[in-house]
Design a protein around this ligand. Structure first.
Ligand code: GDP
Ligand code: IMO
Ligand code: MG
Length: 424
């Protein structure tokens, strides 16, 4: 069972990209199963920083990369990302886009903006990448897929029909301009478009290890998250099978990536939010600014009530905790251990109804941990913090990241995948 699945355990930006980059060195492929260029996954190797949007983070390690059938892909954004990566010296010849993935076209972006405007004061705060409207078209069976680009006459006809329908409902679109841009993007993308379902299943049959890379976070899942302040895809582990065209029996471990504190970008309730100087300090030390939109991220203490829910809905087997070093200078560190809300209410409803946190404080370690490479290198108070979370969730924290650079990671004995230093 050779798939290691990596998912965000909170509201996104947990550091999935840096964990996937680490694991990719011991794998044969990395596959994205959902979302689009709303994601921003940062990978730092030495003094180079790479920002991935839709291309899987495994591209830096140089393994086969699959953008799966469950994703929504803007041809313009993908063309730019591939060219930026090539410009930075990264080989993109093994990046494959599923012919079943749906395309995000300029009218999806217009519709995304219009729907945000129409929401008035209760905006979702989307990334403005057309994600919701593109998934909407997929479900409404009026979408255009990457594989459609193989037949220019057919996609032109489908596009014209969709634009006419939009015009009929009052959305003005310049279908001529969209078609001519798409024709030139198609030329660049067609060499990357293929059947990725057979590709991934062949790799799995021959015993290769694949990392399935999640995007966004569990609390942003369209069904199980803090609806309607969510994205439009299935972000939890259950989305990986349908999003890649593999069966659930292929997955042997589910690694949830969790920041040592909590952040959220965009609108919506956030129980452990610190709308004060402590939140501001977390934002400054953690560099909490959105990769995609440049918006400041809202910050708060780690929320174990939401995290316990995330462990359940993903069937997480292990956790990877990132950004522990951001807490280095705090005298005491808060942890939301539960909500004051009646038990019959689901977690998303409890959060929507303004769940208040029961917060416990742990003693800070007041030391710089960026150079720690083993569990024993960590100060006792930092180990206590990690152990406290493990105890509350009954799940091992197998990776602890203490800085953004590839080597700044502690891999514990119970880790599902351990990458020998020689291949990193
Ligand atoms: P993703 O979307 O889940 O991949 O996360 P992002 O890349 O959007 O945000 C995570 C940010 O934290 C990036 O800027 C990373 O370089 C940075 N980062 C990741 N791990 C660590 C860590 O352990 N310590 C610090 N200080 N920064 C980290
Ligand atoms: P990564 O993969 C953080 C949030 C947006 C908004 C909501 C809906 O980098 O962790 P959308 O554009 O998807 O319709 O926006 O979801 N959001 C993210 N927040 N990290 C992400 O991705 C996100 N992708 C979407 O801010 O609140
Ligand atoms: Mg991100």
């Amino acid at each position: 069972m050779p798939v290691t699945l990596v998912v965000g355990a909170q509201w996104g930006d947990e550091g999935k990209g840096r964990i996937v980059d680490y694991l990719a060195a011991g794998a044969d492929g990395v596959a994205r199963f959902g979302g689009g260029a709303n994601a921003g996954h940062t990978v730092r190797v030495g003094d180079k920083t790479y920002k991935l949007r839709i291309v899987p983070s495994g591209v830096i390690a140089g393994v086969t990369c699959i953008i799966g059938p469950g994703t929504v892909v803007s041809p313009a954004a993908l063309v730019k990302e591939l060219s930026d990566l090539e410009g930075a010296g990264v080989d993109t010849s093994r990046v494959w886009l599923s012919d079943l993935a749906h395309l995000i076209l300029p009218y999806h972006i217009e519709l995304d903006r219009a729907s945000e405007r129409a929401r008035g004061d209760v905006k979702i705060g989307t990334t403005g990448n057309g994600i919701g409207p593109a998934y909407g078209d997929r479900v409404a069976r009026v979408g255009v897929r990457a594989g459609d680009l193989r037949d220019e006459r057919a996609w032109r006809a489908a596009l014209a029909a969709r634009c006419a329908a939009l015009a009929g409902s009052g959305v003005s679109v310049d279908d001529g301009a969209i078609a001519s841009e798409l024709a030139s993007q198609a030329k660049l993308l067609l060499p990357h478009i293929r059947d990725t379902v057979e590709l991934i299943n062949d790799l799995l049959r021959s015993g290769k290890r694949i990392i399935a890379e999640g995007a966004q976070g569990s609390m942003l899942d369209v069904g199980l998250g803090t609806y309607p302040f969510v994205t439009s895809s299935v972000t939890v582990a259950g989305g990986a099978g349908a999003g890649l065209g593999i069966g659930p029996t292929r997955i042997d471990s589910v690694v949830g990536v969790v920041k040592a504190y909590a952040t959220r970008v965009g609108g919506g309730p956030f129980p452990s939010e610190l709308d004060d100087s402590t939140g501001q300090r977390l934002r400054e030390i953690g560099g909490e600014v959105g990769t995609v939109t440049g918006r400041p991220r809202r910050c708060g203490w780690l929320d174990l009530a939401a995290l316990r829910y995330a462990v359940d809905i993903n069937g997480m087997t292990h956790l990877a905790m990132t950004k522990l070093d951001v807490l280095d200078s705090f005298d005491r560190i808060g942890v939301c251990t539960s909500y004051k809300s009646p038990p019959e209410i689901s977690v998303p409803f409890a959060i929507a109804q303004g769940a208040a946190c029961e917060t416990t404080f742990l003693t800070g370690w007041k030391a710089s941990i960026g150079g720690a490479r083993s569990w024993e290198d960590l100060p006792a108070a930092a180990r206590d913090y990690v152990a406290f979370v493990e105890r509350h969730l009954s799940i091992p924290i197998s990776y602890v990241s203490v800085g953004p650079e590839r080597s700044q990671i502690i891999v514990r004995a119970n880790a599902p995948l351990r990458i020998p230093a020689s291949v990193r």
